[in-house]
Design a protein around this ligand. Structure first.
Ligand code: URA
Length: 264
């Protein structure tokens, strides 16, 4: 395989961005290795003067931080300062949300991609443009919905966020939903669906899509209607799935209309 082909392969697998700010010359001579102690009696390790570095915040801290937030502004500030999730270290910035803060419907994707990471806004790339067209086809837009992601930082190389990363971000996701108190949720793709419907989620998105379920959200008294559907990035790769996605959108429109009629 020649060098160009190897690079193309890396690009296709998602290694499309350098993670370091400054380029590194990996052909330069390696720095000298510290001299080894002479053989003989083992030397006792020197006591370290520095205290051990503080452990990064874990899920308990994330839950406490999120629960203390009384507004979306506070939630954004809490996430901005939260150091517990390593995704924050490789992302350019937090991608908090787009749309109305009193939306009756929250749409939940997986994670920001490269374009979202640059813009600081969810769903602005090719999948986002398709999402905008899908929403427009049933009279929705970014002004009457809320768009967020399961994790608010881009995973390096657009990989799927790990279970541990999702668990660390989950309290913030639940708090986001509880602060808005929408009438329902639309989960896009397997990751958002299994995160918000942990009991059903193992069944897979192909089985779950198009069926309303109940999501239990911390801080909300009753279950929230949740409709799983395909992720627009999947639809871009699999145009044949668009007809099923359209059925889901029609269901969503019907539900929104019934909700308007039953609004007291
Ligand atoms: N895919 C997602 O799940 N979220 C985004 O914000 C963009 C692409």
């Amino acid at each position: 395989m020649d060098a160009v082909e190897a690079l193309r392969l890396q690009y296709e697998w998602g290694a499309d961005e350098a993670l370091l700010d400054a380029p590194q010359d990996r052909r330069a001579a390696a720095p000298p290795v510290a001299a080894l102690p002479p053989a003989g009696r083992p030397t006792a390790p020197r006591p370290t003067a520095k205290p051990a570095p503080a452990l990064p915040a874990g899920p308990a801290e994330a839950a406490a931080l999120a629960a203390a937030c009384q507004s979306l502004d506070e939630l954004k500030a809490a996430l901005t300062s939260f150091t517990g999730c390593a995704l924050r270290d490789t992302a350019t910035q937090l991608v908090f949300a787009d749309g109305a803060d009193n939306a009756p419907l929250i749409i939940i994707g997986e994670a920001p991609g490269a374009e979202e990471d640059r813009a600081g806004k969810p769903f602005v790339g090719a999948a986002g443009q398709l999402l905008d067209r899908m929403l427009a086809s049933i009279g929705l837009n970014r002004g009457n919905t809320r768009i967020i992601n399961t994790v608010p930082w881009r995973p390096p190389g657009n990989r799927t966020p790990s279970d541990a990363e999702i668990a660390l971000c989950l309290p913030f996701l639940h708090r986001h939903i509880a602060l808005i108190r929408p009438r329902g949720l639309l989960t896009l793709g397997a990751v958002a669906t299994k995160t918000l419907l942990p009991e059903a989620g193992a069944a897979g998105i192909r089985r779950l899509r198009g069926t309303w379920r109940e999501a239990n959200i911390t801080g909300m008294d009753s279950g929230l209607p949740c409709l799983p559907s395909y992720h627009p990035a999947y639809l871009l790769r699999t145009p044949m799935a668009k007809s099923e996605s359209w059925q889901d959108l029609l269901q969503l429109r019907e539900w929104l209309e019934s909700m308007i009629l039953t609004k007291s």
